[in-house]
Design a protein around this ligand. Sequence first.
Ligand code: ZN
Length: 276
Amino acid sequence: MLTRLAPTPSGYLHLGNILSFCITTALAEEKQAAVFLRIDDLDQGRVRPAYITDIFQTLHYLGIVWQQGPVNATEFVKKYSQLKRLALYEAALNILRDKKLVYACDCTRKTMAFCRCRQRKLSLDGLHHQWRLITDGASLDASLTDFIIRRKDGFPAYQLSSVVDDVHFGIDLIVRGEDLRPSTVAQLFLCDLIEMPAFRQSTIFHHSLLAEKDGQKMSKSAGAESVHYLAAHGIPAKDIFQKIAQAAKIDATVTDHLSLGRAYLRQFPFASENGK
Ligand SMILES: [Zn+2]
């Protein structure tokens, strides 16, 4: 089996990312899966070179290892950037276009709730037109009805690039936060339409998210919760793992990423989406 760590370099890695990585590597150990480092850098407006470097520095600092994918930022940019796979995403988008499963939409975030673009028959090639997938027949979260699969800047949207990448790299064990459960449903719907049924064979787990004191999801903007910040202030890796364990309400003394991941799996055993 092959699983992946899939950070987005649009901020410094935070404790919530690390919890997810620990669960992923512990589950990989349990299932004898290899770990692939998949960095999602399509959102070029938010990606910063410093954040790409931070991913490698943070993983090294914490002793988290992976067996496949880029070994450093230079190799990532040269060989693994999503910009290298635009033709793959384009091919998937063209399948949907040929099947007449998409329509153009020029709504903004504000006017999206009143989108009537399905009837307007705007040109798919129009400048600043995003593509929406017709999701009739899928039981999706309301926020994902006719979800966007190509953005206004012409780049593929997350749901599409994520499925294409996982299938491309042969990933069949996916570990992600509960917040992505609606995305999982959308991606399972999408994979058949873009003729990538292999995605449906993946084993998919969703884990709980770390909450801050006010119960909100831990955000990347919370600087004090970034590993970059903690490492810069001399906090040793094992203390960072213990801090994450506390935040995740894990009753165990942990020393490294595997002991944290194993403790999480012992305390919160979860069932995969497809029971495998
Ligand atoms: Zn619209």
